[in-house]
Design a protein around this ligand. Structure first.
Ligand SMILES: Nc1ncnc2c1ncn2[C@@H]1O[C@H](COP(=O)(O)OP(=O)(O)O)[C@@H](O)[C@H]1O
Ligand SMILES: [Mg+2]
Length: 374
């Protein structure tokens, strides 16, 4: 079993609908129940900010600050992390728009948010992800990259460096500045970053596929088969230097075409994650809504297991409205599966009785009007 990373304390100040809230957690799973609009998802969003990025809603920091607050928001957490006990503080100073949040780890300002991944990995599944298989490919790409990121924290840097290089190429082309050596320099950079991104995605999907295949019989959920598509398809077994050369050549050849399109038409930014329902041999987007949800739950939990196996530390799971639309038997199987991952899971719902199968494996908390009761 991987080591259990668990939050023991969480304090929110002027975060969303919480003026000031403090909760003590005992290391078990945390079930948060309360009426719609009580603040359950907000609380999970706060926990999601203990990972790099803008959290599970990908909201602007200004939106997270409580309406009516005079300053910004703060989140404090104490946890038994991957390197032992740690205290994390994050937030913004003012309610104004800002693109950066401050971050302190054991009182010391962190240089980058990536430092969080030394202490914990946070994974989530929210109702907003329900349309993942039928929605925009950009959402699946972001999902895919989050899966990679929780195993390989350097993936975020690669992706943002690639974006930056691509933007400067697009700008040169847009301005009609076809300086070959300048462009070639940028394209070479794009090639090495872009292929590294694609290979990291491919590697993660390979590991996840193997794990899914090993646990086929024991999973109460349908299993997914996973493919990358849209960039260097079927070529990932070739040496990466060859792939880089090919992609750089592709970019050099497509300068005029890309200038006309006003964007770069080929690259890892155009890749898509193709998911099939394995048992039915059906594309996920053509499965029923319920089947899609079950596939997604199975996929996210398989990934959580992979993170635990590879890092030795079970991730914190944020499972928003996870028990909705499941019958009692399925719910009990889901809770056993979640518990079997060995990590601390936060789960929300409107009704406490939905979680009764968890019994003493969970701590039950009630959320009402931006306050949390034990
Ligand atoms: N910045 C904010 N300031 C104050 N309230 C907010 C802010 N952002 C969202 N809210 C409110 O928080 C409430 C609870 O939201 P949420 O956590 O999503 O509820 P639920 O318990 O249904 O998951 C909503 O009524 C919403 O209007
Ligand atoms: Mg909610």
């Amino acid at each position: 079993m991987p080591h259990k990373v668990s939050l023991s304390r969480l304090k929110l100040i002027d975060f969303r609908n919480y003026a000031a809230a403090s909760l003590s957690l005992d290391g078990r799973h945390a079930v948060l129940t309360g009426d719609n609009g009580a603040g359950k998802t907000n609380l999970m969003e706060a926990v999601s900010l203990l990972s790099p990025g803008r959290g599970m809603r990908r909201a602007a920091y200004g939106e997270m600050t409580r309406v009516g607050a005079t300053g910004g928001f703060s989140i404090f957490a104490a946890l038994d992390g991957m390197e032992g006990e740690v205290e994390i503080g994050t937030g913004v100073e003012t309610g104004e728009e800002t693109t950066a949040r401050r971050l302190r780890i054991n009182g010391t300002p962190a240089k980058t948010a990536d430092e969080l991944t030394d202490h914990l990995r946070v994974l989530w599944l929210t109702p907003a992800m329900d349309g993942l298989f039928t929605g925009a490919s950009s959402d699946r790409r972001r999902f895919l990259d989050r899966l990679v990121l929780s195993l390989d924290p350097a993936h975020g840097r690669r992706a943002s460096d690639f974006e930056r290089a691509m933007r400067s190429r697009n700008k040169l082309l847009d301005e009609g500045r076809f300086d070959p050596s300048w462009l070639a320099g940028i394209e070479e950079q794009m090639a090495s970053l872009g292929i590294a991104m694609a290979l990291a995605r491919q590697e993660m999907l390979g590991l996840l596929t193997r794990l899914i295949e090993e646990t086929l019989e024991s999973s109460p959920f349908p299993s997914a088969s996973l493919q990358l598509s849209g960039f260097m398809d079927g070529q990932y077994s070739r040496p990466s230097v060859d792939l880089e050369d090919d992609y750089a050549a592709m970019l050099a050849e497509s300068r005029y075409r890309d200038a006309g399109a006003r964007r770069t038409l080929e690259g890892p930014h155009r890749a898509d994650l193709i998911v099939h329902h394995r048992e039915k041999a059906m594309e996920a987007e053509r499965c029923s809504t319920g089947e899609q949800k079950a596939l997604l739950v199975g996929l996210v939990l398989a990934h959580a297991r992979l993170v635990g196996n590879l890092t030795g530390h079970a991730p914190i799971l944020l499972l928003d409205e996870i028990a909705a639309h499941l019958d009692e038997g399925r719910r009990a199987a889901l809770f056993d599966l979640i518990d079997g991952l060995g990590g601390q899971a936060f789960m929300t719902g409107t009704d406490r009785t939905m979680f009764s199968a968890l019994a003493d494996r969970a701590q039950f908390l009630t959320v009402a009007d931006g306050r949390v009761f034990g």
